[in-house]
Design a protein around this ligand. Sequence first.
Ligand SMILES: NC(=O)c1ccc[n+]([C@@H]2O[C@H](COP(=O)([O-])OP(=O)(O)OC[C@H]3O[C@@H](n4cnc5c(N)ncnc54)[C@H](OP(=O)(O)O)[C@@H]3O)[C@@H](O)[C@H]2O)c1
Length: 439
Amino acid sequence: MSEKVVKVGLLGFGVVGQGAWKHLTQGEAGLEKLLGVRIELAKASVRDLKKTRDLSIPSEKLTTDSWEIVDDPEIDLVCELMGGINPARELTLAAIAKGKHVVTANKALICEHGAEIFQAAETSKVHYGFEASVAGGIPIIKAIRESLVANDFKLIYGILNGTSNYILTRMEKEGAPFDEVLAAATELGYVEADEALDLDGFDAAHKAVILAYLAHGIWAPEGGFPIEGIRRISTEDLQAAGKLNCKVKLIAVIRRDFETNGVALGVYPALVPMSEVIARTDGVYNGISVTGDVLGTTVLTGRGAGQDPTASSVISDVVDAVKVIRGDKPPPKLLHTHEGVCRLASPSEVEGSFYLRLTVEDKPGQLARVADTLADQGVSIATVLQSGIPERSAASIILTTHATNEHSISMAIDALESLSGVLDKPVLLRMFDPNNHSK
Ligand SMILES: NC(=O)c1ccc[n+]([C@@H]2O[C@H](COP(=O)([O-])OP(=O)(O)OC[C@H]3O[C@@H](n4cnc5c(N)ncnc54)[C@H](OP(=O)(O)O)[C@@H]3O)[C@@H](O)[C@H]2O)c1
């Protein structure tokens, strides 16, 4: 048995906390052999001591006072697995200030306060590991920061939210409506308590902001890039996408123009060509396609959430932190070496083609009026499909556009919304083109 011991405290003992505890316990002997250090699980904090938990641990190891862990001079490493902004932020900054290493799965906290926390960790020379914050068990942070360090990234895109992917996959495969599949996903415990995180794109956006910083050194502010969800997608859209040899996926896209160093960031449902691995990444799985200037393209897919996959990433960071504690290596640099080189692109710089579904009154000349309205904003039509909706005496027009920019299409949508004969708010989806690297 090793004489050296690293004491670990967990802030939070929920899904991820219990997973980390379980696998650190099960893997104790192997980790000790690997590291020459015994990892001792000292304590975990919770809100409610009376709550029934799947994993039972000695009662003296649970506390409702997280500061007991942060203030304990014997604890070297803190895993912040409670989520949310406060008190997670104060506890994290206090632990770092005391020279403790911190591991987290908290994407919301990094997205909002990453700049402050990274700076604090660098100043205190501690390890701040956040592999579990993006795509659960997929080692994307390490891939970008370490394995792909030779690359500048033209394009990083993919599925970063398993719940919305599960819903879209079932809608597509079963032809089932959104509400029915959402109810089933909620029953299975796949949907966050705040369902907007999954359905309106915010969870994926938190992760995309972290990836954009890692890849390009920019912290994208909330409201500074498009975030759209899946609530308005119908089975009709999924079928129409199939006819265009695509699948509708909620994707995060981070695309850099090397000439201007503008980075186009967005989270939205898009038609992804079937030739892409991401289009074929179904169910609760996540997938991230990374295109680097040296490597070309590589794709990572796997379980993007859940107790065990997320614990796998937490433990990877725990092991790295122990190596830092042992003095084998310095903590990895957190602040991007090229901060200030790239900037967030404006909507008029971001180009692409679009898919548009309109419900219109079934009367002569309606399609021509739609085409004229689009043309007024410089948007030209590539394909049109029209079908009747007899029960509403209406028609559905599905069209795709030639390349245009986000600003023009947004103006065109505003104009279409007030056009006479257009019955519902138009459904707009992007047509994702993996080869659109120049813009
Ligand atoms: N679940 C996933 O699949 C997953 C995947 C990737 C990342 N994450 C991230 O991992 C973090 C944890 O998620 P989770 O799913 O494990 O959440 P969870 O099941 O709700 O667990 C949160 C834990 O933190 C405790 N807690 C919350 N506020 C506290 C406070 N003020 N003081 C003391 N304890 C407090 C809770 O105590 P009680 O048990 O007493 O309520 C609970 O044990 C989040 O940042 C989440 O975004 C989760």
